[in-house]
Design a protein around this ligand. Structure first.
Ligand code: NAP
Length: 277
């Protein structure tokens, strides 16, 4: 029987996950399909129960349901529970188990570029759901500092206070962070500033950025944000949001099938969907 996978979100029209996973099913000769499901908040519990009883093997959960889905699952792994968000669900004999592959997906992409996080001074820009998954994951990698700059500085302070892993951190305004740019080895931009169509915006200027630093932006539309362009022009190493997206999908695929899939093929698929090179 064909195996069913999917993604629950609202809106869901622009998701790249179905084409990415369906391509992997054909690569690995699996009789399976991955479908997008647009689900309103009030229908989320029914949708989750529906996928459980019809025997879906697994599914992803995306904006705005990553936190709201938790009460409807049978089990949530420790790391997803501390982050407070689930993006991947495995149906194990009718029992739905939630995971978060966003933070680890980001880390795997980052490590493909910089193998060692130990001792690094990191600035995370933004304090939303993605920043939370990334901060909690990086905090376990023994960096010397992870500061968070955010429009609402209280949200950055709350995120730091919520983290179960101890790491030296300051909550900063964007202006404070901009003055400290020269101090950091890594920058991780997690807000939607610079996302299409507002592509000329950026959260802060990188005027004093070190040429040895690494600058990531988890946005992938556009592939090069204004922030990344400035970083590249100033000689820093850069990474866009494709790596995080592909690795979070690869980790979900592995949880469902036991296969860690071909990352390069996934990247080509996603770039093709974005019309990039
Ligand atoms: P979220 O939970 O809504 O958080 C949004 C963050 O952006 C908050 O820090 C918010 O600051 C800040 N922000 C929003 N609008 C702003 C503005 N006009 N000026 C300054 N700051 C602003 O969103 P999220 O789920 O973390 O997603 C954030 C971004 O990450 C999106 O662009 C999303 O597409 C991308 N993303 C990419 C991947 C990937 O795989 N590459 C995965 C997940 C998310 P306040 O606290 O002040 O509101």
């Amino acid at each position: 029987m064909k195996k069913l996978f999917g993604v629950l979100g609202n809106p869901i029209g622009h998701t790249m996950s179905p084409a990415m996973h369906n391509d992997l099913f054909s690569l690995y000769n699996m009789d399976a399909v991955y479908l997008p499901f647009q689900v309103k908040e009030e229908d989320l519990e029914a949708a989750v129960n529906g996928l459980r009883v019809i025997g879906a093997v697994g599914f992803n959960v995306t904006i705005p349901h990553k936190s709201r889905v938790i009460p409807f699952l049978d089990e949530v792994d420790e790391s997803a529970m501390s982050i407070g968000a689930v993006n991947t669900v495995v149906n194990k004999d009718g029992k739905l188990i939630g995971y978060n592959t966003d933070g680890l997906g980001f880390l795997k992409g980052l490590k493909a570029l910089v193998p060692e996080i130990n001792g690094k001074r990191i600035l995370v820009i933004g304090a939303g759901g993605a920043a939370r998954a990334i901060y909690f994951t990086l905090a376990k990698e023994n960096p010397s500092q992870i500061d968070i700059a955010n429009r609402t500085v209280e949200n950055a302070a709350r995120l730091i206070a919520d983290c179960p892993y101890s790491v030296s951190s300051r909550a900063l305004t964007m202006e404070e962070a901009e003055r400290l740019v020269g101090e950091y080895d890594m920058f991780i931009q997690t807000t939607m500033i610079g996302m299409s169509p507002k592509i000329t915006e950026q959260p802060l200027s990188l005027q004093n950025v070190s040429k040895q630093s690494v600058v990531c932006d988890i946005i992938y539309n556009p592939l090069e944000t204004s922030f990344l362009r400035e970083a590249g022009e100033r000689g820093a190493m850069v990474q866009n949001g494709i790596d995080m997206f592909v690795y979070q999908g690869a980790l979900a695929f592995e949880k469902w099938t036991g296969i860690f899939p071909d990352i390069n093929r996934m990247k080509e698929n996603v770039l093709g969907q974005l019309g990039g090179k």
